[in-house]
Design a protein around this ligand. Structure first.
Ligand code: B12
Ligand code: SF4
Length: 436
């Protein structure tokens, strides 16, 4: 008897401190449409087996070496986690196995697909997630087909995956579907994580949330535009109902995974008002952009609604660099925004990029001066990285490239400045986007 339609799988490397939103969203949507689902977070399962040193390297870092190492040592039929997973394929005989592909996990994913294809019962394989479009553009469809993939879905997978599982036949060419963006985010069922809440998550105390998809800005160094075409936001009621559901499972801490929490100020205000009205005692953090039109009053409301930290992409303290980056604000706007956060007693952290194309020594010095001038307002520097061009970004080709060494050297000079001026910063996030 057929017991499952879809296995949803996430391979390492992926962040381990929060359960993965991609699996949770896809699982909930499929189930709502009558599809039987099983979730396999192989990332967390293999992390739990790993030694202490490997665990330290697992999170946050851009670490293709570790991904290759795990591919060699753990992704094989002798590994107990993989063996158990393969035997479940034979027990539940799913129609489809879905893999979520990120830059950080494609080596292990492709090896596992090859192993699955050699099993006596080998279901169709579908891949989606942010890296699938990048790989298709770089390597082509034939290459993906040769890796054992039967279908790829570009974009938000909720609707398209449901359609695919109900229609997939035995076509030979690679099926390529472009998912349509869902206009009304309230129509997507909120993730409950129940498909993932097995042993690994019993102790989970923090849950990721999503209020919006997309971004209102178009910074030239950012690959966000490859993921979403338009900015959409959920209603406050929909988000609060989800929060209350998690609170029923004793969860009180949340991290918003939105590209920015303040894309729609009216909706953000409604969310804060509703959290306060319903007296939900929760804490949360989020990413946020500098906005001239955001008031200190709203920042205070956020604080009352449980916000304890904001991550703000400043990137530079020089107006010509900010303009070239297309950040949409000036250093004056940033200084005033930080002052409002301070007035609201809202803790925040900022990130910086060194060596963006065209950045002159004088412009870099302006950033140093800005940081020093605002050191009483900025509670912490979260992250500093030399500029790295990503696929799909506008690399600033109209400006002379700053060589890699200069970018690194400026990053190191900033760190020395933080030390000298006693400005708090997160050591592990200095240069963390550089390949290990
Ligand atoms: C929050 C976040 C983080 C957090 C938490 C990470 C986590 N993994 O949960 C932190 C800060 C730790 C982090 C770290 C990193 N991150 Co990050 N992060 C994000 C962010 C802002 C949100 C992710 C999210 O939860 N989205 C919401 C969920 C629902 O969306 P989703 O996962 O994309 O899934 C949807 C679709 O992709 C699709 N889908 C997914 N799987 C599948 C499967 C199938 C079959 C189908 C059909 C569809 C499908 O449907 C899903 C539902 O709509 C995104 C940017 C963004 N706005 O999405 C970047 C992003 C995911 N991060 C990225 C990167 C590069 C990193 C780092 C490598 C950075 C670094 N060098 O340190 C590390 C890697 C850490 C790790 N090992 O995983 C890139 C990934 C690019 C890529 N091509 O893979 C993104 C896309 C940012 C970007 N624009 O470049 N990140
Ligand atoms: S860097 Fe942030 S604000 Fe700029 S486009 Fe990307 S997600 Fe939006």
């Amino acid at each position: 008897m057929k017991m499952t339609d879809v296995f949803l799988v996430l391979c390492p490397l992926f962040y381990t401190k929060l359960p993965p939103l991609c699996l949770a969203y896809l699982a909930e949507s499929l189930e709502q449409n009558g599809v039987r689902v099983r979730g396999y977070d192989l990332n967390i399962a293999l992390y739990n087996e790993a030694g202490e040193e490997q665990r330290r390297e697992w999170n946050v870092q851009n670490n293709p070496k570790l991904a290759q190492n795990i591919t060699k040592t753990s992704i094989n039929a002798n590994n107990p986690t993989i063996e158990a997973f393969l035997s479940e394929i034979n027990i539940y005989r799913p129609t489809l196995i879905s893999f979520s592909l990120f830059k950080s996990n494609h080596y292990p994913t492709f090896k596992l697909i090859k192993i699955i294809k050699k099993q006596p019962f080998s279901p169709k394989i579908v891949c989606g997630g942010p890296e699938i479009g990048v790989l298709r553009a770089k390597m082509g469809e034939l290459w993906l087909k040769n890796e054992g993939i039967d279908a790829i879905i570009l974009g938000e997978g909720e609707g398209a995956l449901t359609t695919l599982v109900k229609t997939i036949g035995c076509n030979n060419p690679l099926i390529v579907l472009s998912a349509e963006e869902v206009e009304d985010l309230d129509s997507i069922p909120s993730p409950s994580f129940k498909q993932l809440y097995k042993e690994a998550y019993d102790t989970q105390v923090t849950i990721p949330l999503l209020m919006s998809r997309g971004c209102i800005r178009q910074c030239h160094f950012c690959s966000e535009r490859l993921l979403y075409n338009s900015y959409r936001v959920r209603s406050a009621e929909h988000v609060v109902t989800e929060i209350k559901g998690h609170m029923g499972n004793r969860v009180r801490a949340f991290v918003f995974h939105d590209s920015l929490i303040n894309g729609d100020l009216a909706q953000l205000e409604q969310l804060c008002d509703l959290i306060c009205k319903e007296q939900l005692t929760i804490s949360w953090e989020a990413q946020c952009v500098v906005r001239r039109d955001m008031s200190a009053a709203l920042l205070k409301k956020m604080k009352h609604a449980g916000c304890y930290n904001l991550f703000i992409g400043l990137e530079s303290g020089s107006d010509p660099v900010l303009k070239r980056m297309h950040k949409g604000f000036t250093k004056k706007d940033a200084g005033e925004f930080f002052e409002k956060c301070q007035e609201a007693k809202l803790h925040f952290e900022i990130s910086l990029i060194t060596g963006f194309p065209g950045e002159t020594e004088a412009e870099f010095q302006e950033t140093c001066d800005f940081i020093v001038a605002n050191k009483e307002r900025i509670p912490k520097i979260a992250q500093v990285n030399p500029y790295v061009p990503y696929e799909g970004t506008i690399t600033g080709e109209n400006y002379p490239a700053v060589d890699e060494n200069t970018g690194r050297e400026r990053m190191e000079r900033l760190v020395r400045l933080f030390e000298r001026e006693s400005i708090p910063y997160t050591k592990s996030y200095i240069g963390n986007l550089l390949s290990q």
